[in-house]
Design a binder for this molecule. Sequence first.
Ligand SMILES: Nc1nc2c(c(=O)[nH]1)N[C@H]1C(S)=C(S)[C@@H](COP(=O)(O)O)O[C@H]1N2
Ligand SMILES: [Mo]
Length: 193
Amino acid sequence: MAVFGGRRRADDPDLPPGQYLTHDFPVLSAGPTPTIDPDDWEFSIRAETGGIHRWSWPELLALPSEDITVDIHCVTSWSKLGTGWRGVSLDTLFADVETGLDFVMAHSYGGYTTNLILDELLDGQAWIAYEYDGEPLAPEHGGPARLLVPHLYFWKSAKWVRRLVMQSEDHPGFWEQYGYHLHGDPWREERYA
Ligand SMILES: Nc1nc2c(c(=O)[nH]1)N[C@H]1C(S)=C(S)[C@@H](COP(=O)(O)O)O[C@H]1N2
Ligand SMILES: [Mo]
């Protein structure tokens, strides 16, 4: 068979191993899209010190925000390069949070959870995103706001994020309990445990 012609996506240096490029924006949700009235929306961070840090929707929008252009990689093998978001850095949200714990469980409206390492959410690595491509984030993509952790497989970017809870151990979240990797680095192909 001729081997000429097709450019192999796997050889694209911007693509992690085993990923292919898509120009669509697939929707992957384990359940229905929750309806969240911005008046009822809140985001919180809970640390072991008992302190709960809470933001209403207007309070979130009043925080300094950033334009973010990043590549995203889904464990089902699609990658999308140069996606554009607007949101608040987790550095801003964690600024006044005192914690000695290393791990975080993200909880979403609707019940989805995913586990993360606090150090991997700081230093410009993660955001609460509320715009995509210059528009309010669509409900099916996690609107009004989702976690954005682009250096990990996209299942870690919890849609409809509601709170982050500090935890002393790296307990598995929703997909991690079904065998997805606890960490999920696409460059190391940490797909399944
Ligand atoms: N709350 C919630 N967040 C979620 C999911 C989900 O089912 N529920 N799916 C995850 C998975 S597996 C992926 S690949 C991305 C998909 O995001 P998208 O639908 O905007 O492409 O969201 C992640 N965040
Ligand atoms: Mo996914």
